[in-house]
Design a protein around this ligand. Sequence first.
Ligand code: AMP
Length: 397
Amino acid sequence: MNSSILVINCGSSSLKFALIDSQNHQACLTGLAEKLGLADAYISFKFNGAKDTLALQEGNHSGAMHAILEKLQQLSLLDSVKAIGHRVVHGGEVFKESALITDEVIAEIERCAKLAPLHNPAHLLGIRTAIEQFPGLPQTVVFDTSFHQTMPRKAYLYAVPMSLYREHNVRRYGFHGTSYRYVAAEAAKMLGKPLEETAMVCAHLGNGASATAILGGKGVDTTMGLTPLEGLVMGTRSGDIDGNIFSYLASELGLDINGVTDLLNKKSGLLGLSELSNDCRELEEAAQNGHQGAIVALEVFAYRLAKHIAALTVALGRLDALLFTGGIGENSSFLREAVIKQLGFLGLKLDDDANRACIRGNAGRITTADSVPALVINTDEELMIAQDTARLVGLGA
Ligand code: AMP
C-alpha cells in the first residue's frame, strides 16, 4: 500500500473525509458522518465503489473519528496514513498559506473564529478530535481564505472608517481559495501556458458561490467579503445587498439582528427568489415546466454572475480565460450559456455542442476556436489539501 493522507472537512454536525493516495492522487476511501449531536447520527463509507452505512454509537465528532479509525484498521489502511490535513474556512490575515498544526496555530484559528462563528469552532473540534484519535500523526490546516491574501488593498478594503479594519478586522477576505488554487493550475495546463502568465476569472458555483480574478496564479479580487454572504446569488444566501436592508427589515418585520442574518443567509438566494428550492438542478427542471419563480431565480443568478465576471476583469486588465467549477459550474450547461451569452463584449462565444457535452465529470473548453476560452474544470479541494499536507510533512507527493 502506498502512503496516504487523510483529509478532513469538519462541520458543526457533519464530518466529511477522504483518504488520498500520495502517489496516484486517487481517493481510495471516502466518507461522511452526518447528524452529529443527534440521536440518529450515522457514518457512511465508500471503498472501491461499495458503500456501507452504520449508526454511530457515540453520535458526536469523537465517535465519527473513532469509526474512521476502526474502518482504516479493518481495511488494513491505517499504516498507510502518514498525515492528516484539515480544511479550515477562515484564516484571517494571519494565515497566508497552509500550516503544520501547533498549539500556536490552534490558538490563531480560535482567534479567527469570531470571523467565521459557524465554521471555525467546528473545524477546531475536528482538529482536537483527530489529535486525540490519531496521536503522533502530523496534522496540517489548509485555509479557504489564504489564496486571497494576495489581493491588493484597493480590492480588500471596504469604504468604512479605517479603524474598523485596524481594530476589528473588517475587510474582504474571500473564500473557496483551495478550489481556486487547484482550478487555476489545471486551467493553465489546459491552456498550455505557464500559470504565471495567465489572467483568468474563475466562477466557483456550488450551493455557495463566488468568483475570483486570478492574475499570474494569484488572487487579486473576489466577490465574497468579510463572510461568505457577499457577491453572487447562492443557494440560500442573498449575495450583494444594501446594508441598510438590515435596519429596514428590523423595523418592517420586527426582527432582531439574528433574525435578519438568518433571512439573508438561509432563506434568500435561489430559494428565496424561486419560492421553490435552493437546488439549481431542480430549478432548471421547474423552469422548463414554466415555473415563474424558478425562471426569475435563474435569470437573476445568471445576470449577477455575468455582471461580477465583467467587473472582475478590471482587476486583470485583460481576460485569457473564464473558468467554471463547482456543482453548478461543472454541470449546468443552461446557466453557463446564460452567462456567456451576456459576455460577448469580452470576446466570449459559446460552442453549444461543447457546452452541452461538459457535464457529469466531463471537463473541457466550451467556447468556439475564435473566442476567449471558457473552460469547465472539475475542482478537487481534497487533492489540494492532501498535496499541501504531503509537502508540509515532507512526503513530497
Ligand atoms: P456543490 O455545492 O458544489 O455540491 O453544488 C451543488 C449545486 O450544484 C446544487 O445547486 C445542484 O443542483 C447543482 N447541480 C449539480 N448537478 C447539476 C446539474 N446536472 N444541473 C444543474 N445543477 C446541478
